[in-house]
Write a protein that binds this ligand. Structure first.
Ligand code: F6R
Length: 369
């Protein structure tokens, strides 16, 4: 049942090319237009959407944060990401033009379910991005966009995360198409780039020996920091969460720009810092800013481990180790940069002898509030 792998988590990490491919499958018609047929909200209603609230918890909320960057960029619709357990208790402002998008692998997370119910009571339209057919959250939503990652058994989410991001991109492109925020050709180009992602994830998987070796060498580490910026910021948060969950190591993710506002005080000799570097093609030129963050922490003794795009030579001089991922559109990078961080956490936890499929204190679906 583990398909030749030692753990479900390893199997699920290796299933990510098909999780993304299957989530993309059958979403365009003969004319190349997007069709999301599980969407039971009228196109007119979706044309009127002028605000999106994403509700989710944990890893699923990080998928929501990735979606925020992409959807705001493509659709010019403001997107708020709210932890579902905070949402109900802050008098959120919702009206019929607000689209609430819940993201939940299990579809049973009580915090997220209660938040979706509350949003509906307030008059919002709700779409569920969910990996579990017929589960409660999709049943209680106006529409569903299923991710097709297949059952996720390991408690820590991996393939569901990439599938959630993929589904959220599709939703963003669909809205961009309906609201005419992108040209047809731009949408085609993004879909084309998305269709190449599964093979690129496969490449990352096949070149992960160095990541594994580093993880084994770092098994006695007691703290790891993760930096990311823009759409790489939620990737840093996810990298830190995987390490906490699986290896029980103190790990924290920061937006790289926040470093100078406090966290840089944590850096001392030997402190491992992972940096998710934006594409050199990023339209805001954040690449140079993050490279200078790497220099800053390194000058203070940090051991820097960098995840960057193939061909990015500028990072080499400042990194103890660089893991390259294949090139893609800047907005799609999380589907690739997340993978080495998952493998790192898996391998480090395994080296410590921990049960990666059933980490202590955690349950696969959290059905209490
Ligand atoms: C982390 C993890 C959790 C879940 C969170 C939400 O690896 O698995 O943080 O992402 O509990 O669960 P779902 O997506 O089922 O609502």
């Amino acid at each position: 049942e583990k398909g030749g792998y030692d753990t479900f988590m390893e199997k699920e990490i290796n299933e990510q090319p098909s999780a993304v491919a299957d989530t993309l499958l059958g979403r365009t018609d003969a004319a190349g237009r997007l069709v999301l047929d599980e969407l039971r909200i009228s196109e007119d209603e979706l044309r009127g959407v002028n605000k999106i609230i994403v509700l989710a918890a944990g890893t699923s909320a990080y998928a929501g944060t990735v979606a925020k960057y992409a959807i705001e960029h493509w659709c010019r619709i403001p997107v708020e990401v709210e932890l579902s357990h905070e949402f109900r208790y802050r008098d959120p402002i919702i009206d019929p033009n607000t689209l609430v998008v819940s993201i939940s692998q299990s579809g049973e997370t009580m915090d997220t379910l209660m938040a979706v119910r509350y949003a509906r009571e307030q008059g919002a339209r709700t779409i569920a991005i969910c990996n579990t057919n017929g589960s409660t959250i999709p049943r209680e939503s106006d529409a569903v966009l299923y991710t097709h990652a297949g059952p996720e058994i390991a408690v820590a989410s991996t393939k569901a995360f990439l599938a959630q991001i993929t589904a959220a991109y599709l939703l963003g492109l669909y809205l961009a198409q309906l609201q005419r925020k992108l040209f047809t050709q731009q949408i085609r180009d993004i879909l084309g780039a998305l269709s190449e992602i599964p093979a690129k994830i496969q490449q990352v998987l096949e070149t992960s020996d160095d990541v594994k070796e580093l993880a084994r060498n770092m098994k006695d580490t007691t703290s790891v920091l993760f930096l990311g910026r823009n759409i790489g910021y939620p990737v840093a948060l996810e990298g830190a969460l995987k390490l906490k969950e699986l290896a029980y190591i103190h790990a924290e993710g920061f937006a790289a720009g926040e470093l100078k506002h406090g966290p840089i005080a944590l850096i001392d000799e030997g402190q491992p810092v992972f940096v998710v570097v934006p594409s050199p093609m990023d339209r805001h030129s954040l690449h140079a800013k993050v490279v200078s963050n790497i220099q800053e922490v390194r000058a203070r003794g940090a051991k820097t481990v960098v995840v960057a795009e193939a061909g990015d030579e500028a990072v080499r001089d400042y990194a103890e180790q660089v893991f390259y991922v294949p090139e893609t559109l800047p907005m799609l990078m999380p589907l690739l940069t997340t993978v080495p961080l998952q493998i790192f956490a898996l391998e480090l936890a395994s080296a410590k002898g921990y049960d990666v499929d059933q980490p202590r204190n955690l349950a696969k679906s959290v059905t209490v509030e």
